[in-house]
Write a protein that binds this ligand. Structure first.
Ligand SMILES: [Zn+2]
Length: 456
């Protein structure tokens, strides 16, 4: 009686403390549940069960894939490969049980054939069991589809045989041996509705390293990401030796263990948002590209379109009339060109004075113009000489023509002079054509043209 009262007091005080911690935000809801772990009030426990739909997320684990399990910060999923092997698998089961922790085991078919009781122990302890091929080949990335099928299907069949064919006890989860991923096995597993599990961090416990090193790697890598899937093996003595410390440290540092199970008809997947399946979901401060989805127009699925109604083609709509119709009907004719805006033009009453640089002629162009003007002036002189009564044109002496700069400067005067006494169409076209011809010359021809500028 006294003992019962003491137990009640102890339970009640534990509840009060748990509630107080919860109110302070120092403790997760599950931490109170973990305290109920038989024989271990300080157990790590399993904080929650996550139900996943393999069809929605066929590949997980950031060691190889973009997506991973939708875990919150400081949530860890434990996985154990390559069993069952009684000597070590049973010890792993005992350690997990002592902490009331649920994990996921990926069994090898050949191991299950040798030790079917080991598979049943995993199920009886409430863990999730997936498969890991029949013979653990490390060449699945090079295998043809037929061999991939054989390894996957045989591994499942062997594990199911240990469970008396009860498919409800086997999760459609698969880990490719050695994580030797490839498109063929991934596509085949996806076609079977089986989820491929990579991991977020290993502890290298398959290598010849010490249990201390396994512990260090596990904790360091978990702490680096703060959440994720831990890859371990239940066939290694170093794992058995390191596991208790790993769990204790996780507990001390506020980590929580999540148990993952597959969705079924009776057990819908845990509602999640797509971004939760990424290790680092985009935040408002990170730019993301989310292209709008193409709308599903109804008419894309139809072979015929509705006939337009007559009202849609009403010719009396002034906007659709052409010029001739508008003119015939008396509708004002409108042009497609932008109409001048008198108000805008009037607003520009003055223009800025052009800068002196605008009139500067580049040296090369200057030479070109000079050559053109020299030729023009010669022709002008020759033609002016042939026209009686043109004294200014005749006044351009041969000396002036030989000195191009001077002649050029005088050329406009000569042309103007011609304008009064000779037909204007003679000189300007000649100068213009000469400019065009010179402008098309190559640099070499240009030099030649400059030398020939004064042929005499
Ligand atoms: Zn393995």
């Amino acid at each position: 009686m006294i003992a019962n009262v003491l137990v009640m007091i102890r339970k009640r005080s534990r509840t009060v403390i748990g509630a107080a911690l919860l109110s302070c935000g120092l403790m997760t809801p599950y931490a109170a549940l973990a305290a109920d772990c038989p024989g271990n009030p300080n157990a790590l426990g399993t904080s929650r069960t996550l139900v996943v739909d393999p069809m929605e997320h066929p590949r997980i684990g950031t060691m190889q894939y973009p997506e991973t399990l939708p875990l919150a910060d400081h949530e860890v999923v434990l996985t154990f490969d390559d069993g069952p092997l009684p000597k070590y698998s049973n010890q792993v089961l005992a350690i997990l049980a002592s902490q009331c922790v649920k994990a996921t085991f990926f069994t090898i078919g050949s191991q299950a054939r040798f030790n079917p009781e080991g598979v049943r122990k995993l199920i009886a302890a409430g863990h999730t069991v997936g498969t890991h091929s029949q013979n653990h080949p490390l060449t699945m990335n090079k295998m043809p589809l037929e061999r991939v099928k054989q390894e996957v299907d045989d591994g499942i069949a062997s594990t199911l045989a240990a469970l008396n064919g009860d498919k409800s006890k086997l999760a459609p989860f698969f880990r490719i041996p050695g994580l030797m991923r490839a498109e063929i096995p991934e596509a085949y597993l996806a076609s079977q509705g089986i989820q491929v599990w990579s991991a977020d961090f290993p502890a290298d416990d398959w290598r010849h390293i010490s249990p201390q090193r396994v512990y260090d790697l596990a904790i360091q890598r978990i702490e680096a990401k703060h959440k994720g899937i831990l890859l371990l093996h239940d066939i290694q003595p170093r794992t058995v030796a390191a596991l208790p410390r790993i769990l204790n440290t996780l507990k001390e540092r506020g980590y929580r263990i999540v148990h993952v199970v597959p969705a079924t008809a009776d057990r819908p997947a845990t509602p999640t948002e797509p971004q939760q399946w990424f290790m680092h979901p985009p935040t408002e401060t990170v730019a993301t590209t989310r292209w709008p989805r193409i709308p599903n127009f109804v008419f894309t699925a139809t072979r015929a379109l509705p006939a337009p109604v007559f009202a849609d083609m009403d010719w009396r709509d002034a906007d659709i009339l052409d010029h001739a119709q508008r003119a015939r009907l008396g509708v004002p004719v409108r042009t497609a060109w932008p109409q001048p805006q008198p108000a805008q033009l009037a607003a520009v009453s003055t223009l800025p004075i052009p800068a002196a640089d605008v009139f500067r002629v580049p040296e090369a162009l200057d030479l070109t113009l000079l050559a053109a003007r020299s030729a023009a002036s010669r022709r002008l002189t020759q033609r002016a000489a042939a026209i009686p009564g043109a004294p200014r044109a005749q006044a351009i002496s041969a000396r002036q023509v030989r000195h191009p700069k001077q002649a050029a400067h005088q050329l406009p005067a000569a042309v103007h002079g011609r304008a009064h006494g000779a037909p204007l169409h003679v000189a300007p076209p000649a100068a213009s054509n000469a400019s065009l011809r010179v402008a098309k010359r190559t640099p070499r021809a240009e030099a030649s043209a400059v030398n020939k500028r004064v042929p005499d």
